[in-house]
Design a protein around this ligand. Structure first.
Ligand code: NAD
Length: 500
């Protein structure tokens, strides 16, 4: 057994789960390409049974008071704190994230648990002024039902926890279909949540795990018992899923691809901008939905900025994500490497200059895919720049007026994250204004990635419009009932209508 396989088995054991090894779905590590375990793909009957169990459990769970439901999530947060490094190890093993980012991902889970526990006492409805005497008009938020969660490989545990922590305090139950690339982290999370349920005396059936690829997800998409489908992944996946959920009048929460840009103006603090850009563009090997993919820089400082980013890129240690000095780990698989090469070829055909990077780096043999992050100067925003390539390619475009920069920035189909580097308040406010960035996330003087859980997370246009995590995102997991109560002995009709 290889060292990485042993490491996975030991982490899983400490997390209260055993390594599945008799299934058809291979859990591979992008670190070397080795198989860590074999998970069984859920059959259609398995998925149906999981939805049935979640649906049956919901009928009782919805009536448990929300602050009491929160006990499960509080306990989950405690277990995650105890097992932070074990779960982070599995994230590094399965998704290839460097240890510091993997630990950060688990911290995000702990943070959302804390947030959800607080929210459990704040599921507020409004009271509105009624136009009729002796009447009270208000709204109540009720649990929705079964939430189907489909998640992507690159945040294999945090996205699940954003959805599950809120869904559980909101009185919903969950059926989770993780990415087929990260089945072991899912087994670990399921085991921790099961333990949390047992520890606080809640029904463990509130959470169900199903494993497999798109076909398993499709069953959640089409089942009318799944009241909300929360799907995180590519625009391609969202395009397939959204019309099917709509056709059965289900609710969908879509968190899809981004094509995130940063504008760098002549007044920017370039030292700070370079640090922000390098983390956002090269961090996680460019495999975050919020990774920085486009820099739109004022022509007068473009050469200086590109030179500084290139200097920083030359220093980036690429290698084993468990090594503390590494900053850039592997791509998830061969397909990701090939997609990166195809995009670079297309960019060259469009007249681009590849300033540096884009090459394969041999770290651990032929079954793993490590690359040097690329910087590519483009004369214009051609179609390859307008699509998301899930790899570390940073396109650099130039502008002369801020209007032109904002125009270029918004001229892509996705609308997730954005930022401006400037010390000019006028420029910053303009970027944040109604005619500024059209994204769900708009930042000033930080990069596009690395959001905190307190804010609502999500984006516009082809990113899907969903919001998860903080602020009032919990509302997506509940249904709103408007209540009119007549406490008078008269029956006045609204809008002054007279009826007999
Ligand atoms: P992907 O679209 O290939 O897969 C995502 C999930 O959807 C997987 O679980 C997959 O099995 C499932 N799936 C795919 N097709 C499906 C279908 N037709 N029906 C049902 N399920 C289906 O994405 P990926 O490669 O795992 O992740 C990378 C993508 O995810 C990038 O585009 C990235 O931007 C996006 N992403 C977005 C966010 C966000 O919050 N906006 C967060 C993380 C990742």
């Amino acid at each position: 057994m290889s060292a990485l396989e042993t490491r996975a088995r030991q982490a899983l054991a400490r997390l209260g789960a055993s390594t599945p090894d008799d299934g058809d779905l291979a859990a591979r590590t992008p670190i070397t390409g080795e198989v860590l375990g074999r998970v069984k793909t859920s059959t259609p009957d398995d998925v149906d049974a999981a939805i049935s169990r979640a649906h049956a459990s919901f009928r009782a769970w919805r009536s448990v008071p929300a602050p009491v439901r929160a006990a499960v999530v509080r306990r989950l947060g405690q277990l995650l704190t105890e097992h932070k490094s074990d779960l982070a190890d599995l994230v590094t093993l399965e998704a290839g994230k460097i240890s510091s980012e993997a630990l950060g991902e688990v911290q995000e889970m702990i943070d959302i648990c804390e947030f959800a526990v607080g929210i459990s006492r704040q599921l507020y409805g409004k009271t509105m002024a009624s136009e009729r005497p002796g009447h009270r008009l208000s709204e109540t938020w009720h649990p929705l039902g079964v939430v189907g969660v489909i998640s992507a490989f690159n945040f294999p545990v945090a996205v699940w926890s954003w959805n599950t922590a809120l869904a559980l305090v909101c009185g919903d139950t969950v059926v989770w279909k993780p990415s087929e690339a990260t089945p072991l982290t899912a087994v670990a999370c399921d085991a921790l949540l099961r333990r949390a349920c047992v520890d606080v005396g809640a029904d463990p059936a509130v959470h169900q795990l199903v494993q497999g690829s798109a076909a398993v997800g499709e069953q959640l998409v089409d089942d009318a018992r799944v009241a909300l489908l929360s799907a995180t992944g590519s625009v391609r996946m969202g395009r397939a899923v959204a019309p099917r959920v709509a056709a059965r009048f289900g609710k969908a929460l879509l968190e899809l691809g981004g094509n995130n840009g940063a504008i760098v103006t002549p007044s920017a603090d370039l030292d700070l901008a370079v640090r922000g850009i390098v983390f956002a563009a090269a961090g996680t090997a460019g495999q975050r939905c919020t990774s920085l993919r486009r820099v739109i820089v004022h022509a007068s400082i473009a050469d200086d900025l590109v030179g500084r980013i290139a200097d920083a890129y030359r220093q980036l240690p690429i290698g084993d994500p468990f090594d503390d000095s590494t900053l850039v780990g592997p791509l998830i698989n061969r397909a990701a490497f090939e997609a990166m090469q195809t995009s670079l070829q297309q960019a060259r055909a469009d007249g681009a200059t590849v300033v540096l990077g884009g090459d394969r780096v041999d770290v651990a043999g032929p079954d793993s895919y490590y690359v040097s992050p690329a910087i590519v100067r483009m004369a214009s925003q051609t179609s390859v720049v307008r699509e998301e390539t899930f790899a570390p390619i940073l396109y650099v475009l130039t502008y002369t007026t801020l209007d032109e920069a904002i125009e270029l920035h918004n001229a892509v189909p996705q609308g997730l994250s954005s930022s401006i580097f400037t010390t000019d308040q006028r420029e910053a406010e303009r970027f944040l204004a109604a005619d500024g960035s059209d994204c769900g996330i708009a930042n000033v003087n930080i990069g596009t990635s690395g959001a905190e859980i307190g804010g609502a997370f999500g984006g516009e246009k082809e990113t899907g419009g969903g919001r998860e995590s903080g602020s009032d995102s919990w509302q997506a997991y509940m249904r709103r009932a408007t209540n009119t109560i007549n406490y008078s002995d008269q029956l006045p009709l609204a809008q002054g209508v007279n009826f007999g």
